[in-house]
Design a binder for this molecule. Structure first.
Ligand code: NAD
Length: 351
């Protein structure tokens, strides 16, 4: 059993903790928190051992929340740390992990230079073999890598151009915006997402444009890929449908946006309404000569979660790519279909 510590128990960390716990070959040592808030209370309710920096211990004591130890003790007790702290804090934590020879996975907001490799399971699983420090790329980059890799394999990618219509913040991030605006973000082109894709897929030619809108549910990608060949749209649909982490939204089922997708996830009994898959509108897949077009929705809070699990297996040689992705998908229930979505979990209880 791989002993995994999760440092940073927010949007990503809490999901990664639950995902690790669901796997047959790894276990959660505990989770690192800095504040004794409702999230810490919930972590304890889920029977996760809590750890905090030594200088914060008194706050937890005052709040009556028991700590299992300090963050340093969590690092010592773990075979590997998944650092899910806010951007830049991972780099500050790096020396602590290095001091204890504890390998670590960082998240998308950390710099590529911090780690041995940036990671996406479908695109470069093998690059993390024996890596001490790995970075699971951001939600948007993950979504782009998952789509571009099968297109590159099947048809060749000459050039990708993607406009990212990004949610202003996650549902809990009440301080973020815009509230009533549409922003080019960044105004300069390309946005960082294209170069970030290249940390995983160095040979892909890609330009990205970023925007931000007043939404919290998901990101939307408007995709144009010039292929090296001219496949029929139906062939592309069939090819993409084979990918377990791409959900092709069938035509005519009324899923007209991110709100409906989130509703579908909740109806399907997904924990926290998570959508681990890229959600590609099937009827948006069009090919004009060799230019492919489509729209895809990316659930920023959860698509990187299966990737963190696969990165753990890759780093410790626990499975090859196919086996790891299969195990992860099976344990979490990745592979949304309308069939599975229309079969509520509580049906088994006869309710
Ligand atoms: P978050 O703010 O929701 O959670 C971070 C948690 O870390 C918080 O609970 C915070 O209190 C805690 N924390 C802060 N400093 C800490 C420290 N020194 N030690 C331990 N814990 C500390 O952030 P998030 O959205 O989960 O993002 C984490 C990482 O995941 C970032 O790199 C981010 O870019 C990446 N990511 C986020 C999203 C997203 O949409 N939320 C998607 C993909 C990747």
């Amino acid at each position: 059993m791989l002993r995994v510590g999760i440092n940073g128990y927010g949007t990503i960390g809490k999901r990664v903790a639950d995902a690790v716990r669901a796997q047959p070959d790894m276990t959660v040592v505990g989770v690192g928190k800095t504040s004794p808030d409702y999230v810490a209370e919930r972590a304890r309710a889920l029977e996760y051992d809590l750890y905090a920096p030594a200088e914060r211990a008194e706050r937890f004591d005052t709040a009556g929340i028991n700590l299992a130890g300090t963050t340093e003790e969590l690092v010592r007790a773990s075979d590997v740390i998944v650092d899910a702290t806010p951007g830049g804090i991972g780099a500050e934590n790096y020396p602590l992990y290095a001091e204890h020879d504890t390998p670590a996975i960082f998240q998308g907001a950390e710099e590529d230079e911090l780690v041995d490799t940036s990671f996406n399971a479908r695109s470069n699983f093998e690059a993390a073999t024996d890596a001490e420090y790995t970075r699971v790329v951001s939600c948007n980059t993950t979504g782009l890598c998952r789509l571009l890799t099968p297109l590159e394999e099947a048809y060749g990618v000459e050039k990708a151009r993607v406009t990212l219509i990004r949610r202003g913040g996650d549902p809990v991030q009440s301080s973020r915006g815009p509230i009533d605006d549409i922003l080019p973000d960044p105004v300069s082109i390309p946005s960082h997402h294209g170069p970030d894709v290249k940390t995983v897929l160095p040979d892909i030619d890609i330009d990205t444009l970023g925007t931000k809108v007043p939404a919290t549910h998901m990101h939307l990608h408007s995709v144009n890929v010039t292929l090296a060949s001219s496949p029929e749209p139906e062939a592309v649909r069939s090819r993409l449908a084979e990918e377990s982490r791409l959900f092709l939204i069938p035509e005519g089922v009324g899923v007209d946006g991110a709100g409906a997708l989130k509703e579908l996830a909740h109806d399907a009994g997904r924990p926290r309404g998570d959508l681990w898959e890229n959600c590609v509108w099937e009827e948006s897949i069009a090919v004009e000569d060799s230019d492919l077009y489509c729209f895809q929705g990316i659930h920023q809070e959860s698509d990187v979660v299966p990737e963190n699990i696969d990165a753990l297996r890759a780093m410790f040689g626990l499975a090859d790519r196919e086996e790891s992705m299969r195990m992860t998908d099976e344990a979490l229930g990745v592979g949304l279909t309308l069939d599975s979505a229309s079969r509520p979990r509580y049906a088994a209880d006869g309710q």
